[in-house]
Design a protein around this ligand. Structure first.
Ligand SMILES: C[S@@+](CC[C@H](N)C(=O)[O-])C[C@H]1O[C@@H](n2cnc3c(N)ncnc32)[C@H](O)[C@@H]1O
Length: 278
């Protein structure tokens, strides 16, 4: 225990909390996250009026602790994201994946895209902008975009679609003008996505550790999520993604994520872009 800490926090408490969060989310927490755990969870100890982390661990063992599990998960996820992060993926989508799908799905005229681990919404809204810009290809098509995350706080922000100006300033001027409006009332000084971006979108809380109850997808963006999982957890999730994708469906992962030696159900076809092969 560090003298400056408000609550006692032992290695045992840390091990208990990281094991519990790993069971629930798949996220592997390394030893160096000890201080981060303390700073993020001391708020919860305080909010619950408890005297120590040992009491907090006991509290989480209680059968009625489901709501606190949500708080625990929300406090521990890493939600870093931005609009058009890894822009080459959005260029690949517009220039290669969508034209290919328009050919392959010409009889159903349906496209389904899933942003799995969407955080505060920048990724699915970027996808939605590309879809709007591809309207000449998709005119009259049935297009749906699913945006999901385990963290209920970030999902709420994604659904609100309101961003501080600093978060949108990297977006091209023409896109900013077309797809955002100035916030008013309590959102003055902020940017709000226009309703056309949300029209085809559904927001849903999905824990990727659970059975994935989604309709068949053509494209899955799951970027900067599996990096926190161990190999076996990744393999199981990639199996579920393969089951959720249509034949030849696309999977986009983050720049430092690789499926190499994890699964052979996908083939690398571009820079961190995969295609389902079986
Ligand atoms: C670093 S963010 C990535 C956001 C976005 N995909 C991007 O690349 O900019 C990772 C997101 O994965 C979510 N996440 C972590 N574990 C998850 C799980 N088991 N099920 C669903 N989402 C999870 C986190 O809540 C977080 O919002």
């Amino acid at each position: 225990m560090t003298a400056a800490r408000e609550y006692e926090f032992t290695r045992r408490d840390f091990d208990f909390l990281r094991r519990l969060s790993n069971q629930h989310t798949g996220i592997v927490v390394t030893d160096d996250k000890f201080d981060m755990f303390y700073s993020r969870l001391a708020r919860r100890v305080r909010a619950l009026g408890l005297g120590s982390f040992a009491e907090y661990c006991n509290y989480l063992e209680h059968p009625d602790s489901d709501t606190e599990m949500v708080e625990l998960v929300n406090a521990l996820t890493t939600n870093l994201t931005s609009f058009f992060r890894e822009n080459h993926h959005f260029e690949f989508l517009a220039g290669t994946a969508l034209p290919d799908l328009v050919q392959r799905n010409r009889s159903s005229r349906k496209v389904r895209i899933w942003s799995a681990g969407c955080s505060t919404g920048e990724e699915p809204y970027s996808l939605s902008m590309v879809l709007q810009e591809s309207s000449s290809l998709l005119n009259g098509w049935d297009v749906k975009l699913l945006a999901s995350d385990i963290d209920s706080n970030v999902l709420r922000q994604a659904q609100a679609g309101v961003y501080p100006l600093a978060r949108v300033e990297g977006i091209e001027k023409a896109r900013l003008k077309r797809f955002f409006q100035k916030g008013s009332g309590s959102n003055t000084g902020k940017a709000r996505v226009r309703s056309e971006l949300r029209r085809a979108m559904e927001f849903r809380q999905v824990n990727l550790m659970n059975k994935l109850d989604v309709e068949t997808q053509d494209i899955i963006f799951c970027r900067n999520v599996i990096i926190y999982f161990d190999k076996e957890t990744k393999r199981k999730l990639l199996d579920k993604f393969a089951e959720s994708l249509a034949p030849n469906g696309y999977l986009f992962v983050g720049h430092s994520e690789s499926l190499h030696q994890v699964t052979d159900r996908f083939q690398l076809i571009g820079n961190t872009v995969y295609r389902k092969v079986r």
